[in-house]
Design a binder for this molecule. Structure first.
Ligand SMILES: *Cc1c(COP(=O)(O)O)cnc(C)c1O
Length: 396
C-alpha cells in the first residue's frame, strides 16, 4: 500500500460553514452558555422526537446520571442493564451508588434480550436502563411489559439512536417519544449528529424535567436567563445538591443546524446500510445486522459478525493496511479493570452472547459523506481479506 493512499475513516461528523455561522451567531450575541440557543435547541429537539420536554446537558453520561437520580436510584439499588455497551451506561449507575445488573444480549443481535429481564429483577431492583445499541432500537414493547408488571421505571440510553424509530402502539415513533420514562441522547462526534460534546434528556413528566433543570445548574433556584431579564433584584438559593452539567449556547447553536440536517443524514445512512447488506451477503459466514420489522435504525454504526474462523485483529489489520479503518465490536463493561471489584456489578445471566459479539464482530466505515466508491472499496477489501482467509483455512 502506498503511504499516500487516502484512509477511509470509520466515522466522520458532517460539519461545514453552516455550523461555523451558527457558532459565530452565538459568540457574537454575547450570550455564550445555557441561554436562548439552548432553549431553542430544546424546543426543536422536543418537537423532532415528539416529546413534551427536552432538557439539554453537557453530554449523555451526565444525562444518564440525572435520569437515574430522577427515578430515585440510591446507594445499593439495582438497575438492570447490559454489559455489552459503552462503559458510561454502567458508570452512570455507579455515580448514584447503584449496582449495574448485567443481562446478556440477544443471540445474533446487539441489544438486551428481553426474556432475561424478569429473572434479573430482585427486591432491590429500582429501574431498567435499556440501550439502543449502535442506533438499532431495542425491543421497547417487551421491555415496557416486563417493567410494567414489576412497577419499574424504564430509562433509554439513546446515545446512538437519534432519529431511529420503533413501531409502538400501532405507529412509528422516534426513539425518545415518551413511552419509557426518560430517554438520554448524545451529541458526541462519534454519534449521528454532534455539538462537539452534548446531551439531551426527553420525558413526558414535568416533575422530572424540572429536576433536570435544577440539577444541571448547581441546584440553583433561579436560572441565569430569568435573573438577567428581571426588573427586580432576585437572590438565588440552592435548595439541593446540584451539578454543573450545562450545555453552552455555542454548542446548542451548532446542534440546531445539525438537527436540520438530521433527516438527510439518516436517509443517506440508510442507503449506505442497504448497499452494504446487498454487497456483503455472499461472503460465507459473514452476518450483516438485522433490522426487526418493528425497528428502523439510524445506522449510527454498521456492525458485522465475522465468519467463525476469522481472527478479528488480523482482519482489522488487513483492512487497515488497505486504508480502511474499522473498530472491534462493542465492549463488555464487566471485563474492564474498572469493574474488577466483584461488588461493582451483579451478573444476572450468562453473558456469552455479549462476549462473543465483542470479539467476533467489527464496525465498518459509515458516514453521511461516504461515497459509493468508498463503500465499494470497503466491500472489496472485506471480500479479499475474508476470501483469502477462507482459502488459507481450506488449504491448512
Ligand atoms: C456514546 C455513548 C454514551 C456516552 O455519551 P457521551 O455523550 O459521550 O457522554 C453512553 N451510552 C452509549 C451507549 C454510548 O454509545
Amino acid at each position: 500500500m502506498s503511504g499516500a493512499q487516502r484512509m477511509i475513516p470509520v466515522a466522520k461528523p458532517l460539519l461545514d460553514e453552516r455550523e461555523v455561522d451558527a457558532a459565530r451567531r452565538a459568540i457574537m450575541s454575547g450570550w455564550v452558555t445555557q441561554g436562548p440557543e439552548v432553549a431553542a435547541f430544546e424546543r426543536e429537539f422536543a418537537s423532532f422526537v415528539g416529546a413534551p420536554y427536552a432538557c439539554a446537558v453537557s453530554n449523555c453520561t451526565t444525562a444518564l446520571h440525572l435520569a437515574l437520580k430522577a427515578v430515585g436510584i440510591q446507594p445499593g439499588d439495582e438497575v438492570v442493564t447490559v454489559t455489552h455497551s459503552f462503559i458510561a451506561t454502567a458508570n452512570a449507575i455507579r455515580y448514584c451508588g447503584g449496582i449495574p445488573v448485567f443481562v446478556d444480549i440477544e443471540q445474533g443481535g446487539y441489544n438486551i434480550d428481553p426474556d432475561l429481564i424478569a429473572a434479573a429483577i430482585t427486591s432491590s431492583t429500582r429501574a431498567i436502563l435499556c440501550v439502543h445499541q449502535l442506533g438499532m432500537p431495542c425491543d421497547l414493547t417487551r421491555i415496557l411489559e416486563v417493567a410494567g408488571s414489576h412497577g419499574l421505571p424504564v430509562i433509554e440510553d439513546a446515545a446512538c439512536a437519534i432519529g431511529s424509530e420503533i413501531h409502538l402502539g400501532g405507529d412509528w415513533r422516534k426513539v425518545g417519544t415518551p413511552r419509557a420514562d426518560i430517554a438520554c441522547f448524545s451529541f458526541h462526534p462519534r454519534k449521528v449528529v454532534t455539538t462537539g460534546d452534548g446531551g439531551m434528556l426527553t420525558t413526558a413528566d414535568p416533575d422530572y424535567d424540572r429536576k433536570f433543570r435544577l440539577w444541571r445548574q448547581h441546584g440553583m433556584s433561579v436560572s441565569d436567563t430569568v435573573r438577567h431579564g428581571a426588573r427586580e433584584v432576585i437572590y438565588e438559593s440552592y435548595p439541593e445538591l446540584g451539578y454543573n452539567y450545562r450545555m453552552t449556547d455555542v454548542q446548542a447553536a451548532i446542534g440546531r443546524e445539525q438537527l436540520c440536517r438530521l433527516p438527510v443524514i439518516i436517509e443517506r445512512r440508510r442507503q449506505l446500510a442497504e448497499q452494504y447488506r446487498n454487497a456483503l451477503g455472499d461472503i460465507p459466514g459473514l452476518a450483516t445486522p438485522v433490522e426487526p420489522y418493528w425497528a428502523r435504525s439510524n445506522w449510527q454504526s454498521y456492525c458485522v459478525r465475522l465468519p467463525a474462523a476469522a481472527d478479528q485483529r488480523s482482519v482489522m489489520q488487513a483492512l487497515l493496511d488497505r486504508g480502511i479503518s474499522t473498530r472491534r465490536g462493542v465492549m463488555n463493561i464487566h471485563l474492564e479493570p474498572a469493574y474488577a471489584d466483584p461488588n461493582s456489578f451483579r451478573r444476572a445471566s450468562s453473558l456469552k452472547n455479549s462476549v462473543a459479539a465483542q470479539s467476533g464482530s467489527i464496525i465498518l466505515p459509515l458516514y453521511a459523506q461516504m461515497t459509493s466508491e468508498e463503500l465499494s472499496a470497503v466491500v472489496e477489501g472485506l471480500h479479499e481479506v475474508l476470501g483469502r482467509r477462507q482459502v488459507a483455512a481450506a488449504r491448512a
